[in-house]
Write a protein that binds this ligand. Structure first.
Ligand code: NAP
Length: 288
């Protein structure tokens, strides 16, 4: 039995959809009763569990062979994921498939990159079998920018830096594959899209899909940070995003494309043009 954490989120939700489509038995974990009721209503198996209340995890992990571990990037992430790993160990889970990040590093100034590195080390030292997926930045992050894009601007602090953006649906495809196959123990896979491009090229493609001119604006970092704060990002998130884009991306530290998605699933990853076509309404409706 597979237990999917983050089952109401972007990657975890898609993993559930793919496992269901393939007829694979799995259980979703969620922290609210109404979420559990929704899974049950759709014919799914689901169990209550809250990563902020580790005592709830023992029951949630009973009878589980393989755990899919993903949480949101927050200051609680290390505590949440180590609690899940420790509970899995106690419950006798055989393998954990974990979402990490391609830039994870214990010395990173990017908070979630450092968190992932520390959690990955905890997982590797746990004695449980593991498969670690290290995606680059998500194409879905562009959906944060639907409103400025509608006004003709793509505001960031990435300089001329490029990213090998990956579609979260491809990450989920890899996760669903390795969750259900042998041969991925103690493996780390770097997951990217098929191409690397900078924000000027992203703006050109956004212009093509929306049918109106979109211009990349490389903002001064204090302005970008202020916009993030004014539009609801926490100080922790705003500072992290500034470092991520102004240092990591602008400094050309992102990885080049890998072939792992096609090698593992038999299908190439989606390109940015395909992602934009699939989400055209989100950008165009925002303009309307
Ligand atoms: N964005 C990027 O470009 C990027 C790049 C590389 C790696 N990553 C990594 O990808 C991960 C995020 O993936 P995602 O976008 O699929 O995540 P997401 O959509 O934010 O989903 C997070 C999930 O965690 C659940 N959750 C939150 N708090 C919980 C708790 N206390 N107990 C149980 N469940 C809880 C949420 O449930 P609720 O619905 O109840 O909130 C939700 O299902 C992060 O680890 C991030 O560092 C991101």
């Amino acid at each position: 039995m597979i237990l999917v954490l983050g089952a109401t989120g972007g990657i975890g939700g898609e993993v559930c959809r793919l496992l269901k489509q393939a007829g694979t038995s799995f259980r979703a974990m969620a922290r609210k009763q109404e979420q559990i009721d929704r899974f049950h209503k759709n014919g799914g198996d689901a169990v209550l569990g809250d990563l902020d209340q580790p005592e709830t995890l023992t029951a949630a992990m009973r009878g589980i062979d393989t755990l899919f571990l993903v949480t949101a990037p927050t200051p609680a992430q290390i505590a949440q994921e180590t609690a899940a790993i420790d509970a899995a160990k106690r419950a006798g889970v055989g393998r954990i498939v974990k979402i990490s990040a391609s830039d994870c590093n214990v010395r990173s100034p990017i908070p979630w990159a450092k968190s992932h590195a520390l959690i990955d080390h905890h997982l590797r030292a746990s004695g449980i079998d593991w498969t670690i997926l290290m995606p680059t930045a998500f194409m879905q992050n562009f959906l944060w920018f639907t409103k400025p894009v509608a006004k003709g601007y793509l505001p960031l602090v990435a300089g001329k830096g490029s990213v090998s953006w990956v579609d979260t649906r491809d990450i989920a495809r890899v996760a669903a594959t390795v969750l259900t196959q042998d041969g991925h123990s103690r493996a780390t896979y770097f997951l990217t899209g098929p191409e690397t491009f900078d924000m000027t090229e992203a703006a050109v493609q956004l212009s093509q899909v929306t049918g109106r001119k979109v211009q990349y604006v490389d903002l001064p970092t204090p302005v970008f940070r202020t916009i993030l704060r004014m539009t609801g990002s926490s100080r922790w998130m705003a500072n992290g995003l500034v470092v991520q884009f102004a240092d990591m991306v602008a400094g050309h530290h992102d990885i080049d494309p890998t072939c792992e998605i096609e090698r593992l699933t038999g299908q190439p990853p989606k390109d940015f043009a395909g992602f934009l076509r699939d989400h055209r309404d989100a950008f165009v409706k925002s303009a309307a």
